[in-house]
Design a binder for this molecule. Structure first.
Ligand code: ADP
Ligand code: MG
Length: 263
C-alpha cells in the first residue's frame, strides 16, 4: 500500500509544484515506485515533468468526473523515473462539475483505491486554493507536506491551512495528518527568514523537516527544459537539497532505514 501525501499550501508560488516534481524524481532515484498526481488546472507539474499539457488525451479531470480510470490516464515517464496523472485547463471545469456529483470530495480517493499497490508513494500536487480540488487531494491522502517560504505572512497563512486540515480530519478523513513543513526558497542572508524559521521550529518542533531548500536558480530553470531540477542539474544546491529531502522523508515514513545516500 502506497503512502499518499498531498503537497499543499493555499498560497500560490510557494514551491508546491517544484517540491512535488523534484520529490517524485528524487524518490524515483531512491528506487521508490512513485506516482505524481497533478491536481492543478495550471498543469505546471505536468509541464515540469516534460509532458505537453496541450497534447494529452486524458487527464486527472477525466478521472475525477468518471470518464476514465487510472490505467488509461497515467503516463510512465522513463526519464524522470515516476508515473504521472497529468492535468491541464480541463481540470478547471471539474470544480463546477464535481459540485453536482455524488461523494464529490472523495472522487480521487476512490479512483486511486485499486492502484495503491502499484506504488510505494503517491504525491498529489494541490492547486493554490482551499477548493474542492484541494479537498479531493486532502481526502485521498494520509499526510500533508507543506512547503513554505519563511516570510512575515507565512505563519498567518499556515494557521488557515492547519485549520482546514483539522476540519478535513474531523469531517472526512480520520487518517489525515501533517507529515511536515518544508522550508523552501530559503535565503540564508535574510535575517527575517531566519527568525521565521526559528519560530517555525519552536512552534512545530519535529514537524519541521531538517532539510532546508535554498533559493536556487537551477530549480527555476529546470521546468523550461521539461525536467525536474534533480535530473536537470543534480549537483546544484537546490536539487541536492531535494535529494536530501527525499531521503529524510523516506526515512521518516520508514521506507528506508537510514538517511544515508544509496551506493
Ligand atoms: P506553487 O506550485 O506553490 O505555485 P512553484 O513551485 O510553481 O510554486 O514555484 C513558484 C516559482 O518559484 C516558480 O517559478 C519556481 O520555478 C520558483 N521556485 C520554486 N522553488 C524555488 C527555489 N528553491 N529556488 C528558486 N526558485 C524557485
Ligand atoms: Mg503549483
Amino acid at each position: 500500500m502506497a503512502h499518499i501525501f498531498a503537497i499543499a499550501n493555499q498560497k500560490g508560488g510557494v514551491g508546491k509544484t517544484t517540491t512535488s516534481v523534484n520529490l517524485a524524481a528524487a524518490l524515483g532515484q531512491l528506487g521508490q515506485r512513485t506516482l505524481l498526481v497533478d491536481l492543478d488546472p495550471q498543469g505546471n507539474a505536468t509541464m515540469g515533468s516534460g509532458i505537453d499539457k496541450r497534447a494529452i488525451e486524458r487527464s486527472v479531470y477525466h478521472v475525477l468526473v468518471g470518464l476514465a480510470g487510472i490505467p488509461e490516464t497515467r503516463l510512465r515517464l522513463d526519464a524522470a523515473g515516476y508515473d504521472m496523472l497529468p492535468a491541464n485547463r480541463d481540470l478547471a471545469g471539474a470544480e463546477v462539475e464535481l459540485v453536482n456529483l455524488d461523494q464529490r470530495e472523495v472522487r480521487l480517493k476512490q479512483a486511486l483505491a485499486a492502484y495503491t499497490h502499484d506504488y510505494d508513494l503517491i504525491l498529489i500536487d494541490c492547486p493554490p486554493s482551499l477548493s474542492l480540488l484541494t479537498l479531493n487531494g486532502l481526502c485521498a491522502a494520509q499526510g500533508v507536506i507543506i512547503p513554505m517560504q519563511c516570510e512575515y505572512y507565512a505563519l498567518e497563512g499556515l494557521s488557515d491551512l492547519v485549520n482546514t486540515i483539522r476540519k478535513v480530519h474531523a469531517n472526512f478523513n480520520r487518517d489525515l495528518k501533517i507529515i511536515g513543513l518544508l522550508r523552501v526558497m530559503f535565503d540564508t542572508r535574510n535575517v527575517l527568514g531566519q527568525q521565521v524559521s526559528l519560530q517555525l521550529e519552536e512552534h512545530f518542533g519535529e514537524k519541521v523537516f531538517k532539510t532546508v531548500v535554498p533559493r536556487n536558480v537551477r530549480l527555476a530553470e529546470a521546468p523550461s527544459h521539461g525536467l525536474p531540477g534533480v535530473l536537470f542539474d543534480p549537483t546544484a544546491k537546490g536539487p541536492q537539497a531535494y535529494l536530501a529531502f527525499a531521503r529524510e522523508l523516506a526515512t521518516r515514513v520508514s521506507l528506508i532505514k537510514t538517511a544515508e545516500a544509496p551506493p
